[in-house]
Design a protein around this ligand. Structure first.
Ligand SMILES: Nc1nc2c(c(=O)[nH]1)N(C=O)[C@@H](CNc1ccc(C(=O)N[C@@H](CCC(=O)O)C(=O)O)cc1)CN2
Ligand SMILES: Nc1nc2c(ncn2[C@@H]2O[C@H](COP(=O)(O)OP(=O)(O)OP(=O)(O)O)[C@@H](O)[C@H]2O)c(=O)[nH]1
Ligand SMILES: [Mg+2]
Length: 450
């Protein structure tokens, strides 16, 4: 018989209230051993929890029962809402561990049981993990939609269309004598497959922005030593994160701050100033800066009056980054020292004069970054793929559809097999088929108690 699991499901102790959850066939018996009488299902009741062996009172708690299958996991669930003291929770957890058929839950095990009971599909499980990890409003909205099944419904709808297409082809085999009749039922299937193919392709094209929203945009500060990069980072972060000195070559490690720009997550990274002839440590810093710049969604090129511009040979943006064609904005620093000369060098780059000393120009830069984020993430209404895992199987699905549509010289049986591959790829995203190997990876990212 399935073990009954238990864990502290609320956060770090001490806390006002601590929620201990139990799930499995022995959950109600366990509650019966801890208190004098069972509450009505799904109704909170106040009970003294006692040590089953000594009858010593452990806490006064609100207790709830959720009889399966109408519970979060689909099994019998009990909640003990205790006082959130460390010793209180330790005593109750110890009492539970001593009861028969009870063991502590693994990370994500409650949610895994919900998945195994078919109460959540894999995209909903991932949405739930993202909801718990969400730090900004846009991330919360995307995660909530996914937890609510928007992505799963989209893929399941596509999968059903593919199943239907295959059924049409098979029906056609049963009327083999009509095979050559133009406009036979099966012929229309390839048109439908082509339509679906373009829908999947569109969705896949937009999936990067779903992943970006989950991970956050990466904006990297780069430029010559002493350009004022770290001062800018501190000013934007509103705290003294990076060391600032008048010495060139102060920053070596990459320093990151997480910003919430109008609900969009942005990581701003400060890097070592770029120059040749630096010592060993600084050189390593410059190598890391270049790596970071290659991965950036946007580079802010800091330049003090008279300093080098991104396009300057030797002192500008490293070639390795130019080939990535990352967008670059110029931030003309130390605007208090002299009015920055209007540059005509590259009309395409936006330019922002700022002075950290006087606090000028920062608002404009901040607003522009907010617009950049909202443009990158789009309206945020459609269900987007949010993980590399989704993109991987969507690509498989698209390849299979491409085969089905293009192999018109081959027998329909073979092309029907392409449709099956396309449907299976979608089934792997929602967890309908053959995902045993993925489950450990997916559930490991949950906390214990979820
Ligand atoms: N105290 C507490 N708060 C919590 C949770 C919890 O487990 N305990 N949740 C845990 O993640 C979330 C709520 N999620 C839940 C999802 C489904 C059911 C549930 O009992 N579903 C039944 C009955 C639905 C109904 O009455 O409408 C079902 O779906 O059949 C409970 C919680 C957030 N807040
Ligand atoms: N007048 C003036 N000085 C500034 C301004 N911003 C930075 N500075 C000064 O410029 C010097 C270098 O600033 P940092 O922020 O350390 O420059 P950095 O680009 O991070 O330099 P490295 O880490 O060495 O690459 C410091 O002495 C700062 O006080 C500004 O807006 N106005
Ligand atoms: Mg610095």
């Amino acid at each position: 018989m399935q073990d009954t699991i238990f864990a502290l499901s609320s956060g770090a102790l001490p806390s006002g209230v601590a929620v201990i959850r139990l799930s499995g066939p022995a959950a109600f018996d366990a509650l019966g051993s801890l208190c004098s009488s069972m509450p009505q299902p799904r109704q909170a009741a106040l009970r003294v929890l006692r040590d089953p062996q000594t009858q010593e009172p452990l806490d006064q708690a609100l207790v709830l029962t959720f009889p399966g299958p109408a519970s979060f996991t689909g099994e019998d669930v009990v909640e003990l809402q205790c006082h959130g003291g460390r010793a209180v929770v330790a005593a109750v957890l110890k009492a539970l561990a001593d009861l028969p058929r009870m063991r502590p839950a693994e990370p994500g095990e409650f949610t895994r049981r919900a998945f195994e009971k078919g109460r959540l599909d894999l995209t909903e499980v991932e949405g739930l993990a993202d909801l718990i990890a969400a730090e900004t409003e846009a991330q919360r909205r995307q995660a909530f939609r996914q937890m609510d099944g928007a992505l799963g419904r989209l893929y399941e709808g596509w999968r059903k269309r593919l199943v239907h297409m295959r059924a049409m082809i098979e029906a056609d085999f049963d009327f083999a004598d009509e095979e050559d009749v133009p406009g036979s039922v099966a012929e229309t299937v390839w048109g439908e497959a082509a339509v679906l193919k373009s829908e999947v392709a569109d969705h896949l094209n937009r999936s990067r922005s779903g992943e970006r929203l989950r991970d956050g945009l990466l904006v990297v500060l780069m430029g010559a030593p002493n350009a004022g990069k770290s001062s800018l980072l501190n000013a934007i972060a509103g705290r003294d994160v990076a060391i600032v000195t008048e010495e060139a070559g102060t920053t070596r490690d990459i320093i990151e701050v997480h910003l919430d720009l109008g609900g969009y997550p942005v990581t701003l990274a400060d890097t070592a100033g770029l120059r040749s002839g630096a010592g060993r440590v600084e050189q390593e810093g410059i190598r890391r800066a270049t790596e970071k710049g290659r991965a950036a969604d946007l580079i802010l090129w800091a330049v003090e009056p008279g300093g080098p511009l991104p396009e300057d040979e030797g002192h500008g943006l490293p070639e390795a980054i130019r080939t990535e064609s990352v967008p670059v904005w110029i931030v003309s620093t130390k605007a208090d020292l002299e009015t920055p000369a209007k540059r005509d060098s590259s009309g395409t780059m936006q330019e922002f004069p700022v002075s950290v000393t006087h606090g000028t120009g920062l608002d404009d830069l901040f607003r522009a970054l907010g617009r950049f984020a909202s443009d990158t993430f789009g309206s945020g209404e459609a269900a987007l793929a949010t993980r590399e895992r989704h993109r991987h199987y969507l690509t498989d699905c698209l390849d299979a559809l491409q085969d089905a549509v293009s192999r018109d010289h081959l027998p329909a049986e073979l092309r029907a097999e392409d449709l099956r591959r396309a449907a299976d790829a979608l089934g792997r995203i929602t967890g309908r088929i053959d995902v045993e190997d993925l489950l450990d990876v997916i559930f490991r990212e949950f906390c214990i108690g979820k």
